[in-house]
Design a protein around this ligand. Structure first.
Ligand code: PLP
Length: 666
């Protein structure tokens, strides 16, 4: 027997918001940032103070009243700030407890790698806090360098803040020259040498401009990473110098009288590192290299442990790709402890520690809310009367159909397995008869419908018992509904498609009502890959999500009653990796915070892409398109294929469509 899920065992009696909270695992992955109100609405608690909760349903209704439709990405600036402070406090506490840097040196800075989410609003928010928290920024390419140089100016100006700026990635002559001049400008900028030629360029430009640059070296550690980005470390990694090259670099800098400029050593062992042991090993190795180089006379003062601090997407707090087996506090304590013990043993002053913890900083701050457009279901009612009538009309009713009716009528708690076996056999035999031409289409349809109905009945009874017999573990997935949602997986959560990343998903309302349906989610792209059929559930491979029945609105084609789902933890990597598949563009993004009275307020609404914009991105000129349509409509009106009114309507839809949102607006 397999358990159905850690959370979805049925809770009998009156369904409450607390039941939903448990079912969707909200306290586990929400980490205090997400809650459920007694009226069954999902709330965001940006500072983890429940007195300051933001009702997501209220926000969506408020936005609708302002003409802003879902899908919409909500950014909570206060969550971002809270995360930054949590990281800062964790290192401050660890350092105070372990007396790190008590004899001089020490300190900690988190530098935000802007590639994780380069949106100006996100980066500005971090840059604005950089002075207070002693944080910095990291650039991994030429465009990012230019952005970071601009951002660090607004954060306090040259020489005032001294915000550390780390430059990783490939650098050419122009890149290093810009960095050298930025040093002259007063920026605390550290190019991290990833390959030998970069070191030569740093020395060349330092001499040309008479600058004493701060130089970092990225080292290829022998410690391996773990998980999806395992190859970020190790001797076969793409970046960094072999230890033999590091030693040559020391000689090279000595020769140029610049060994005092070698200020930082760096490593990066991968993103979303789920096992704290990986960090411990890597930091230990890097700390030893730091001490050795220090003793050789390098002017080292900083040790940069790179990114990788993960996020507990599924709330299991365990070592697997969608989770992590440590907290921020544990991470900080371990990093500080490892570096301190290695340095103390070597009698080397404690370095300033830098980390590039992008994901951990920003993942929590963005939430996507999308509306359900409709559903597709497997019937759970076999319409037994219609089947009986069908069978009566046959002189020789097909045996498999009679068997299926019999199974359906006689299911009991004691024969679940037997019923499943008989139903599977009945269904298979019915399909064979149809393929051989011995069964007509209505009979085949009835057999299918009976099989689904039996499956539903079996599942219901098994769920009540809290256990699924091994054989019908695939039934929930097989019988689940499809909920069509107004979003593009490729635009809003590309890692779900590309690397099977799990993200927590939950309805934002009706949470004091039992979700009686089980479904998977499909997006509006015309790609069969555009679906979500894996959901978070504490390491259980959960292939369905519990959802509420969504009723059709009265009237032909009137759609369904509003039903909204939220996807959490989208702040890291998703916004920038998203693409224009099917020309579905950026969603609207809305910045939400609290006003002085504790009410939520909209700081900013950033309109999503219009159709015109995405078409222009692929080199269409909207004016050319409009002109072509006008000519065509004119000709059709002349030839009587369209009336003038029809032609006018079509052109109106076309023009308005070009100016409109790329998503469906109901
Ligand atoms: N630093 C470097 C050099 C990276 O390549 C990355 C991402 O892969 C990061 C920092 C950020 O990592 P994370 O977002 O996992 O903290």
């Amino acid at each position: 027997m397999a358990t159905i899920s850690t959370r979805s065992t049925f809770i009998h009696g009156q369904w409450t918001a607390a039941d939903s909270s448990q079912l969707y695992g909200i306290p586990d992955w929400g980490k205090g940032y997400v809650g459920v109100s007694p009226e069954g609405h999902l709330t965001v608690i940006p500072t983890k103070d429940p007195a300051k909760s933001i009702d997501l349903h209220e926000v969506i209704e408020g936005l609708k009243a302002r003409g802003v439709h879902t899908p919409v990405l909500l950014r909570f600036n206060d969550i971002l700030v809270h995360r930054l402070r949590e990281i800062r406090n964790a290192f401050d506490d660890a350092m105070a407890e372990q007396q790190y840097g008590a004899a001089g040196g020490g300190g900690y800075s988190c530098v935000y790698p802007i590639k994780v989410n380069q949106q100006r609003h996100v980066c500005e928010q971090i840059a604005n806090l950089a002075v207070e928290l002693n944080f910095g920024l990291e650039a991994g390419s030429k465009p990012e360098l230019l952005a970071v140089l601009g951002l660090s100016a607004s954060a306090g100006g040259p020489g005032v803040n001294g915000m550390p700026i780390i430059c990783n990635g490939f650098k050419d002559d122009e890149f290093i020259e810009t960095v050298t001049l930025a040093t002259k400008l007063g920026r605390n900028i550290i190019p991290v040498v990833e390959k030998w030629t970069e070191l030569e360029l740093v020395v060349k430009h330092a001499k040309q401009y008479n600058v004493r640059p701060k130089i970092g070296l990225r080292v290829k550690l022998s410690s391996r990473g773990a998980g999806r980005w395992e190859s970020s470390a190790g001797v076969r990694s793409k970046f960094g110098l072999f230890v033999s090259e590091v030693l040559q670099a020391v000689e090279y800098l000595k020769k140029h009288d610049m060994l005092d400029c070698l200020n930082l050593v760096h490593c990066h062992v991968g993103s979303q590192l789920y096992d704290i042991r990986v960090f411990k090993n890597a930091v230990n190795e890097l700390a030893h290299i730091y001490c050795e180089l220090h003793k050789m006379g390098a002017g080292l003062t900083m040790l940069d442990i790179g990114g990788g601090m993960g996020v507990d997407y599924d709330g299991s707090q365990s070592a697997w790709s969608s989770s992590i087996n440590y907290t921020i506090a544990e991470y900080a304590a371990d990093v500080v402890y490892r570096i301190k013990s290695v340095c103390d043993a070597a009698s080397v002053p404690h370095p300033k520690i830098l980390s590039e913890s992008g994901r951990a900083m920003v993942a929590y701050s963005s939430v996507l809310v999308m509306d359900v457009l409709g559903t597709s279901k497997f019937a759970s009612d076999p319409d037994i009367e219609a089947v009986d009538a069908l069978l009566k009309g046959e002189t020789e009713p097909p045996q498999p159909l009679l068997d299926l009716v019999d199974v359906y009528r006689n299911i009991s708690d004691r024969n679940l397995r037997e019923a499943f076996h008989d139903a599977t056999q009945g269904r298979d035999e019915a399909m064979s008869l149809f393929s051989l031409g011995y069964m007509n289409l209505p009979m085949r349809a009835a057999a299918e419908r009976l099989f689904w109905a039996i499956g539903h009945k079996l599942l219901e009874r098994a769920s009540k018992k809290g256990e699924l017999p091994e054989e019908f573990e695939s039934l929930p997935e097989f019988l689940s509904d499809i909920y069509f949602c107004n979003f593009s997986l490729f635009q809003s959560m590309p890692d779900s498609w590309a690397i099977d990343q799990l993200f927590p998903i939950c309805p934002i309302h009706r949470l004091n009502e039992e979700p009686t349906r089980r479904g998977i989610l499909a997006d509006i792209t015309c790609d069969s890959d555009g679906k979500i059929d894996h959901f978070v559930d504490k390491r259980i491979d959960k292939k369905i999500l519990e959802l509420h029945e969504v009723k059709d609105l009265p009237g032909e084609g009137a759609g369904v009653e509003p039903y909204y789902l939220a996807v959490f933890l989208l702040g890291a990597y998703q916004e920038i990796l998203g693409d224009l598949h099917n020309l579905l563009g950026d969603t609207h993004a809305v910045h939400i915070s609290h006003d002085a009275n504790g009410q939520w307020e909209i700081d900013e609404i950033i309109d999503g892409d219009t159709v015109e914009e995405v078409l222009a991105f692929v080199q269409y000129d909207p004016e050319d398109l409009k002109r072509a349509m006008r000519q065509d409509v004119e000709a059709a009106c002349k030839q009587g294929r369209l009336t003038l009114i029809e032609g006018k309507s079509l052109l109106k839809f076309y023009d308005e469509g070009l100016e409109g949102y790329t998503y469906l607006e109901g």
